[in-house]
Design a protein around this ligand. Structure first.
Ligand code: ADP
Ligand code: MG
Length: 328
């Protein structure tokens, strides 16, 4: 059995939203609404779903930058919200983040060497000279040239900036990288280079990835397992091969209507699905996907489906596969 690095259990994040035209009444927006999954050591776990389904909120909860409304994230068995300071420090070093747009997260007044070494400075690792040496090492690792160490961010292209972001994320020798739409802002031709760099680094440094994207072709190329989210919930979990051979959930089927090409250079946006994504403030009763589902039955409008685990270790949250449905 692989080691479980992160165990997420019934995790929820509800944001209070002030009702319009009223003074003190709030309603809650269910950004993440009871998700459960594990992250295994050495895997790349892809999280996919349309914009607004709760991917980035999940990322913030994983990284413990905001507290959940309910539920837990366990890191090597310890709750990240209540763990002691020593464990928290270890967690903050071991779990690093790659952003969609490194430009907005990198200070334009800093030279690249200092940007890459900043996490080391924050965690008081090494002397100034040692940090500079480590910055050079990291620049080599991500395919930047040493002479670029004293340049500023605006002197780099989009792909190079993402390399800077990756170098920074690697500075503290993390085990887990959470990447939230890391290639979505890049030209398609550059996306492949950055994804291949991430795959290469994963091998060389034995990393574990949580890779978040709305882009199924990117998810297909990089993920070992796939999680599909819809309106704050997980609707399907499967191994990459199984998922792309035969997605089970009607939502997944709709996403995959056109089979994506397994080449990260070819971007395939999520397919248009009939109807609008409902509001997470007042989600549909029963199964939240039922208003858009071509297979919706009466029960789908009334009762939220349980998560069904199939023999082959897949999970799907859909009445078609529940009691009386065709579970395989
Ligand atoms: P994704 O990353 O999948 O596009 P997000 O996690 O960013 O989705 O957002 C999920 C839902 O939560 C959206 O409806 C979004 O508007 C809402 N949301 C996210 N952050 C906040 C916040 N701080 N306050 C209120 N609503 C939020
Ligand atoms: Mg997002």
């Amino acid at each position: 059995m692989p080691t479980t690095l992160l165990a997420v259990n019934n995790l929820k994040k509800h944001y209070p939203i002030k009702k319009s035209n009223t003074f003190f009444t709030y309603e809650s927006l269910r950004a993440v609404d009871g998700i459960t999954f594990e992250l295994y050591e050495g895997e790349t776990l892809g999280i996919v779903g349309e914009s607004g389904c709760g991917k980035s909120t999940t990322r913030r909860l994983l990284l413990n930058v905001e507290p959940p409304t309910e539920g837990t994230v366990l890191y090597r068995g310890k709750n990240v919200v209540t763990m002691n300071r020593t464990d928290l420090r270890r967690y903050r070093r071991d779990v690093q983040m790659i952003y969609q747009d490194p430009y907005s997260s990198l200070d334009p007044k800093w030279r690249v060497g200092n940007l890459i070494a900043e996490p080391l400075a924050i965690h008081r690792v090494g002397t100034r000279a040692e940090r500079r040496k480590r910055a050079l090492e990291l620049m080599n690792l991500v395919g930047l040239r040493e002479h670029q160490i004293s340049k500023f961010v605006h002197e780099f292209s989009g792909g190079q900036r993402q390399r800077i972001g990756i170098a920074r994320a690697l500075a503290l020798n993390p085990g887990i990288i959470v990447a939230d739409e890391p290639v979505s802002a890049l030209d398609v031709s550059i996306q492949a280079q950055v994804i291949n760099l991430l795959l290469d680094l994963k091998e060389r440094l034995q990393l574990t990835y949580v890779f978040i994207s709305h882009d199924l072709s990117v998810i297909r190329y990089i993920s070992d397992r796939v999680i599909v989210m819809y309106l704050g919930k997980i609707v399907e979990v499967a191994r990459n091969e199984d998922f792309f051979r035969e997605p089970l959930h009607p939502y997944s089927k709709a996403l995959l209507k056109a089979v994506p090409i397994p080449d990260p250079g070819v971007t395939l946006e999520l397919q248009e699905i009939e109807g609008e994504v409902p509001s997470p403030i007042d989600p549909p009763r029963g199964c939240a996907f039922h208003p858009r589902c071509p297979f919706a039955m009466d029960i789908c409008r009334q009762r939220e489906p349980e998560v069904v685990s199939t023999d082959s270790g897949r999970k799907v949250k859909c009445h078609l596969y529940g009691e009386g449905g065709d579970v395989r």
